[in-house]
Design a protein around this ligand. Structure first.
Ligand SMILES: Nc1ncnc2c1ncn2[C@@H]1O[C@H](COP(=O)(O)OP(=O)(O)OP(=O)(O)O)[C@@H](O)[C@H]1O
Ligand SMILES: [Mg+2]
Length: 143
């Protein structure tokens, strides 16, 4: 784990590339940080790295959104990027019913989860990104 300071949205987008370059199919990234800390901004940066240009918004109400990877990076081998926000997910049962565990264990997928619930702790190939707000525009990232 390393610490990185971001002073604006653009720096967060640039920072996200450090992690994006390490991602492979089957990886699951868990984002922990308060409201408006920059989780979705970071996800947007990763999505762009994989050639996904569509509007990335917090999938709070839909829980998850799949995107097709159009820029294939060497050694990565993933076909889809899933953006998940489990803020409104109430139980492990709901996660099972939505098929989230199949999504998380599929080697074709890179999965980025905002506000992860405790029951994702047993998932393999996890990486954590934690974000702390220092002031209105400064964010401390750790990953
Ligand atoms: N250094 C920074 N990095 C990222 N966002 C920043 C930064 N400084 C200010 N911001 C602002 O903080 C907000 C971050 O929003 P974003 O949707 O990325 O956060 P989030 O953690 O996904 O929020 P939510 O909990 O609602 O899903 C934006 O309004 C952005 O303009
Ligand atoms: Mg968000």
């Amino acid at each position: 784990m390393k610490k990185y300071l971001s002073k604006n949205v653009n720096q967060t987008l640039v920072l996200s590339l450090i992690l994006a370059k390490l991602l492979k199919g089957g990886d699951v990234v868990l984002f922990k940080g308060g409201l408006g800390s920059g989780k979705t901004t970071f996800v947007k940066g990763i999505a762009r790295y994989f050639g996904i240009r569509s509007l990335i918004q917090s999938p709070t109400f839909v829980i998850y959104k799949p995107y097709t990877i159009s820029k294939h990076r060497s050694e990565c081998k993933a076909k889809y990027l899933y953006h998940i926000d489990t803020y409104r997910l109430n139980s492990k049962k709901d996660a099972e019913n939505l098929g989230l565990f199949e999504i998380l264990t599929n080697k074709n997928n890179i999965v980025l989860i905002e506000n992860p619930k405790y029951f994702f702790a047993n998932v393999s190939n996890k990486k954590y990104v934690t974000i702390k707000n220092s002031n209105s525009t400064t964010r401390l990232f750790q990953f």
